[in-house]
Design a protein around this ligand. Structure first.
Ligand code: PEP
Ligand code: MN
Length: 336
């Protein structure tokens, strides 16, 4: 860390800061300038107390990290990029995985019809919410345990791996019994107690970016998972809230390119929540491939008009089949 002192700090003040730095477990290296003094504090932040408290001293202007705050997810720790293997499918390493299925699991018929169709069209994983995070308490909250049972049935039928959201710490073990990938949703992506509990299952975690989350905060949430000893993290960009109203969210593909450059984790794009409009999904899939994503998660429903959640953004089974065909040349051009 670098501690920048205010201009004209006195010798006694500089010495007081140096003493504090030592007390917190770091080795101080003062650089005395004409106007300002800067103190480099050498030591690993993970093993020592935080130096940020020094900003409380009246002579301290700023305390700045020299290294990134996300150490384990940083690409510096794995320059080639990591891979996450789930159900025999590899995320990262030049592979492109397709996760598809309804926003919510609604019935046996709905999930089985969707699972068979998306598998036939080339999807490798089935998504479907059993526990749904709805803005209003009066909206469909998901079939919960019954939904999980139906997902397991669909897996048995089709062999597709299961991706489903876990909403609460209390349900982590139950959801992990049925899911191959645990989804941490946008509304929970800084719910650290939930993230830690999910990480401890050892299952792969699809970590959505929160709708008002800075990219660094998203990486730090991933850091929570890695620091629990679980390396199986998939970052997922799903759109952020901006001033725009013609789309539900603003899909931040710049964040995808940045996440690929800054971290070693595979990155997935969710164009369904990203735009909130079924007619934009196919174009955003192509753009995701071009920007270096390692896969997509897409909402697909046999009859979107009657969907119990997110009807406007779900593509039909036929639209999904076409989307997969249309995507092919773009994947080839992007080198997948
Ligand atoms: C979903 O995938 O249906 C969902 C609720 O996602 P998000 O957490 O990104 O809103
Ligand atoms: Mn949804």
């Amino acid at each position: 860390m670098i501690i920048v002192l205010k201009p004209r700090a006195t010798k006694a003040q500089i010495e007081a800061v140096i003493r504090e730095v030592r007390k917190l477990g770091y080795k101080p290296h003062p650089i005395i300038g004409v106007e300002r003094t800067v103190i480099a504090a050498i030591g690993d932040e993970r093993a020592h107390h935080t130096l940020e408290t020094l900003t409380a001293m009246s002579c301290v202007d700023q305390v700045m990290p020299v290294q990134r705050r996300y150490k384990l997810v940083s690409r510096e720790t794995n320059t080639r990029g990591s891979t996450v293997k789930v159900c025999g499918h590899v995320f990262g390493g030049g592979n492109f995985q397709m996760i598809a299925g309804p926003c919510s699991v609604e019935s046996e018929r709905q999930i089985l019809d969707t699972a068979r169709a998306v598998k036939k069209a080339g999807a490798t994983f089935l998504r479907g919410g059993a526990f749904k995070p709805r803005t209003s308490p009066y909206e469909f909250q998901g079939l919960k345990e019954e939904g999980l049972r139906l997902l397991s049935l669909a897996k048995k039928e089709t062999g597709l791996g299961i991706v489903t959201e876990v909403l609460s710490e209390a349900d982590v073990d139950l959801v992990a019994e049925h899911a191959d990938i645990l989804q941490i949703g946008a509304r929970n992506s800084q719910n650290f107690a939930l993230i830690i509990a999910a990480a401890r299952t050892g299952k792969a975690i699809l970590l959505k970016r929160g709708m008002s989350m800075k990219i660094e905060e998203w990486f730090l949430s991933a850091e929570y998972i890695l620091s629990q000893g679980n390396p199986n993290v998939l970052l997922c960009e799903r759109g952020i809230r901006t001033f725009e109203t013609l789309t539900r969210n603003t899909l931040d593909l710049g964040a995808v390119a940045l996440a690929k450059a800054e971290t070693h984790l595979p990155v997935i794009v969710d164009p369904s929540q990203g735009a909130g409009r079924a007619d934009l999904v196919s174009a955003l899939c192509k753009a995701s491939a071009a920007v270096g994503a390692d896969g997509l998660i897409i909402e697909v429903h046999p009859n979107p008009k009657e969907a119990l959640s997110d009807g406007a953004q779900q593509v039909t089974l036929a639209q999904f089949e076409k989307l997969m065909k249309d995507l092919k040349p773009f994947l080839a051009a992007a080198g997948y």
